[in-house]
Design a binder for this molecule. Structure first.
Ligand SMILES: Nc1ncnc2c1ncn2[C@@H]1O[C@H](COP(=O)(O)OP(=O)(O)OP(=O)(O)O)[C@@H](O)[C@H]1O
Length: 263
């Protein structure tokens, strides 16, 4: 199977601090891999490096090409990301913001084509956002805005998606709708997904494989059943949980009780 993402010995320093400390990570074409880990583990930073957005040591290849050798437009056609808290122009309309996803396809000094506009309509409809097309971004609720970020990424037409907490602001219904849509597109268009998520049960339901990151290092990797164990979660999140068998994989249920965080 070909590798959509191949990461070797990834190290990222931010302001002299080593945040990602030697991460190896492969995602096969068409696969869904979710990175989990406690706050501050380095998940977002690793994703940003993989997307070519922060300088790093080590290698990151997308479809066999080093990300730092891909010209910007090519990179945008290859990989699309949804950041945790994107900065947006508040007065911009939903349609126009989503249309920015088509920028890599617009010729220099040219305009978006009818096909670009059609793609935006399609994506907005798929994400239940058509009725918001002419609304300003700053009038949307947090969950509506989060769906618009995903819409822009999907409009980009890249085959690799980096999703940093794509459903953190969504209600349970929209969470399921968005994840089902991504999973459907993955099957239909052969998309590859590398995500981060804090809801461990949901993460396990959708991921083929998971990577548990702690203090910038991979401490467990494999199918959800191997990563979402009571022992792994107790050690790295310092949380008391029961892991029970669900329909599609393990479900993580927090159990009341104090955990010694000083150890
Ligand atoms: N510019 C910076 N200088 C120093 N440290 C930074 C800088 N930016 C981020 N960090 C630190 O890097 C660590 C990793 O941050 P990152 O956002 O990658 O973690 P995360 O695993 O995605 O966390 P969360 O689950 O809270 O979103 C954090 O401790 C953060 O404070």
């Amino acid at each position: 199977m070909s590798q959509a993402i191949a990461v070797k010995a990834l190290r990222v320093r931010l302001d002299e601090t080593l945040i990602v400390d030697g991460v190896d990570l492969d995602v096969a074409t068409g696969e869904w891999v979710t990175v989990i880990g406690p706050n501050g583990a380095g998940k977002s930073t690793a994703l940003r490096a993989i997307g070519g957005l922060v300088p790093f040591d080590g290698t990151v290849e997308l479809n066999g090409v080093p990300v730092d050798r891909l010209p910007r437009r090519e990179r945008a056609k290859t990989i699309a990301g949804v950041a945790q808290n994107p900065v947006v122009p508040p007065a911009m309309r939903v349609f126009d913001y989503t249309l920015l996803g088509r920028t890599p396809y617009v010729p220099p000094l040219g305009r978006e084509s009818a096909a670009d506009l059609e793609m935006v309509d399609e994506v907005l409809a798929a994400l239940d956002l058509s009725r918001f097309a002419s609304r300003r971004l700053d009038t949307l609720s947090g969950g509506e805005r989060q769906r618009v970020f995903l819409a822009r990424a999907l409009a980009q037409g890249a085959r690799i998606l980096l999703l940093d907490e794509p459903t953190s602001a969504l209600d349970i219904g929209h969470q399921q709708e968005v994840l089902e849509l991504v999973d459907h597109l993955r099957a239909e268009r052969g998309l590859t997904v590398l995500a981060t998520m804090h809801d461990l049960s949901t993460a396990g339901e959708y991921a083929d494989r998971m990577v548990l990151l702690a203090a910038g290092r991979v401490v467990a990797a494999g199918p959800p059943r191997e990563v979402l164990t009571e022992a792994n979660l107790a050690t790295h999140y310092r949380v008391r949980v029961r892991v029970v068998e669900g329909e599609h994989g393990p479900l993580v249920v927090p159990v009341r009780g104090r955990v010694d965080r000083s150890a």
